[in-house]
Write a protein that binds this ligand. Sequence first.
Ligand code: PLP
Length: 418
Amino acid sequence: MERVGDMVQLALKGGKPVRDKPFPKWPVFDDRELEALKKVLESGVWGIGGQYVKQLEEKFAAYQHAKYGVAVTSGTTALEISLRACGIGCGSEVITTPYTFMATATAILYVNAIPVFVDIEPDTFNIDPCRIEEAITEKTRAILPVHIGGRPANMDEIMRIAEKHDLCVVEDACQAWGAEWKGRRTGSFGDFGCFSFQSSKNITSGEGGIIVTSNQELYVKAWSLHNCGRLPQGAWYEHYLPGVNYRMTEFQAALLLAQLERLDEHTRRRMENASYLNSKLSKIDGLKPLKDDERITRHAWHLYIFRYDPEAFGGASKAVFSEAMKAEGIPVSVGYSRPLYKEPYLEYFKKCPLSCPYYGSSMDYSKLSLPVAEKACYAEGLWLPQNVLLGSKEDMDDIIAAFEKVKRNVEELGSTSL
Ligand SMILES: Cc1ncc(COP(=O)(O)O)c(C=O)c1O
């Protein structure tokens, strides 16, 4: 499409958008969810003691190639319980990534441990294993990698380093249901794997989460911590660990069992569309898909993250580009727009645990600068949400057409600032 006289082309400036149809709606449900919810309602067992939570724990753990599952209230609580069950607490440092949702670090701080942020790989946005060993101190107790967007982190290297230094591994797989590294599913490599079922997730019950593990002793600890410190075969009023009520309801579990039936087909569709987008996107100067390591045998594609080069778009910021794409009818978002260590909420933890006497040291993030993560947040990283990848090939062609249109009319972005 050529520019016509002085008429504006970009929808951001008043031109006609590439697309005015919505992408597939999320969440997806049918009679299976309705029936499941009705059954729970009519059973009269809506919480503790029902069958659905138990079934979900068994099915989901097996789905992720693990032995045990503990269904909980959220991905955040899954991470918190896992760290606590590993004995992570006051005085412990936990190595993690700054390119993630805040909950990854919050969970570490909630058990009074210290997040130590390590930079990410420029081409995957996952934690860079080459940077982990230099961050290890005598206080390091665990590594908490995130499989960001559903793309597995390099678990060969992470597990090698963890074994060498005798560290626990808690995988934040909150965006990575069914993803695989060398045929093995995320969450099954570390001591624990943690998943979220919050509303935006590829399998959802509105809120919710699950912990998986193959270690029986750790399973019992996690189970106890999510259920008021009780033991699986113990009495109701005996409390052995400092647990609280982090239990999932039967409604959530029944919904998730129905959602799980659809997950493989949805994953197949997302992978097919993402691979199509990758092939087209790599031909547009200034846009680049992230790299898929050949050891990744299955990708969850919770987010389609790609790299944007402002220089190739006349210096327009990623926020301006995202607005231009949204105006064309394509929901491109800026995603994480600052690394986690820049978040103001960390101030809340300044005294404890960040400079707690038990730590015997003090963590000050104000001088921390991790260049790859900062570039990803400030300049490069853009996202499409997972529901878009459930669309048709024509839907993907609209996305590409909008990218090409913005590129062709880049001078219209010119003075736009946000
Ligand atoms: C990477 C990551 N970790 C943890 C969480 C926390 O999950 P939840 O919102 O279920 O607490 C999320 C959720 O967005 C996430 O994306």
